[in-house]
Design a binder for this molecule. Sequence first.
Ligand SMILES: [Zn+2]
Length: 65
Amino acid sequence: MFVDHDPAGLQARGLLCRHCNTRLETCPHSTGCAWGDYLNNPPAAHLGPTYPRAAISRKSRRSGA
Ligand SMILES: [Zn+2]
């Protein structure tokens, strides 16, 4: 499982499998599909967890981004 986060706000949104974590943002639907509904109402959003900046820095170094 991967911690999914909003790339702009650094808010953790929930836990996703690798497939969903890498393709979630490509969903064109605002509602009526699992990814669209997830993005509209992320299960962890009301808990307020933030994604650690250090983890993002490590990911960026690995990917070269
Ligand atoms: Zn969709």
